[in-house]
Design a protein around this ligand. Sequence first.
Ligand code: AMP
Ligand code: GLY
Length: 418
Amino acid sequence: MTTVLLVGSGAREHAIALALSRSGVDIRAHMHRNNPGIASLAAKTTIGDITDYRSLSDISGVDYAIIGPESPIERGLANYLERHDVPCVAPRQEAARIETSKSFARRVLDKVASDANPRYKIVNSIDEMREFERELNLEDLVVKPDGLTGGKGVKIYSEHFSSRDQLEDYAITHLKQRGVVLLEERLEGTEFTVQCFVDGNKLEPMPLVRDYKRAYDSDSGSNTGSMGAYSCPDHGLNFVSGNDMAKALEIMKSTVEGVRKQTTYKYKGILYGQFMKTNGGLKVIEFNARFGDPEAINVLSILDCSLDEICQGIILGDVPEPQFLNKATVCVYVVPDGYPGPSATSDSPITIGDEISSILHYASVYEEQGKVFTTSSRSLAVCGVGDTISEARQMAYNDIRKVSGNIRYRSDIAQGVE
Ligand code: AMP
Ligand code: GLY
């Protein structure tokens, strides 16, 4: 039987584990924290620092690995595993810079699809920062740290600051930390996510997903890892035309080629493109070198073929066309009260009702004496699957009301979508 090493312990990795177990493989899970959902599906589990490959004590007998989160990919886990003859469904550290360095991503796009970039400047000094500030209205400035921030680093003047000093202080902090910070023009439009399986050359797209990154209803509050997402039965989104989709795919294809040219590495694994449809055309907000969380949950919940075969295809350089059910998905995250702030209630028990129809995914929780406890990160993701968005939405919200504890969730995921 095929043995797959699955690295990561969030709800995204729980969704990967569910799809892998449907494909009949043996899962060996390497987790930062014992995710009860993944543990129940795995033949073997190990707990350790997933960003430190020395914590992977035994990789003998592993046929290939899937690395869920970005941090071990950034630290070169795929490079390490491949040096030890374990092929990976995840890019090498160098190619993953498309996610881990926003300035690298902008530079690659400049070479292959410059129209998809907003106005931006990679800033290495306070003088350069001020130069760009003079080119735009203060309200139109966006500050982006040039490294991983768990989705929480981007700050938009009009939403997060009330003076130039505040914006500059934030930019200077990051400039000091890394010697570089990215300033961008604020774009306006609607965002959507395209995730593709990539085998080095070919890209196979998955259903489009609409993600809700803001902490509170009506897209207010700070950015989070994401509070929920939906996908439609026809695998499109009503505001994304066929032309938009073709353009988005073309941008992703040329980005894969651009990464190869810049790094000499073929991009293998999952490429995630966050796009914004603006009046000035389609723009790239960011790329990720992995499945989205929760976007993985939306698409893998309706994957109607073997994830193992897809992974083997990625590794061999000939990924098959994936099949998905024509179903809607609505995924809603349960988070501890106070999330994403420092006051998020951790170590607090959560109870989950018995009769849940949605697919339940454990995220950053732990289990002790049969009870599930929160940490300061997202706790659970509930994914309703139905023939229509309203059916899937009703299922998810019916079930989420059966979860109790010091928790909250957004009540408007997929609201008003038909
Ligand atoms: P990122 O971490 O780059 O995905 O950014 C997080 C969120 O910030 C995105 O989903 C957008 O909603 C917002 N954002 C990022 N860049 C821009 C931009 N240039 N203009 C407007 N909003 C942006
Ligand atoms: N859902 C956004 C992300 O995974 O980065």
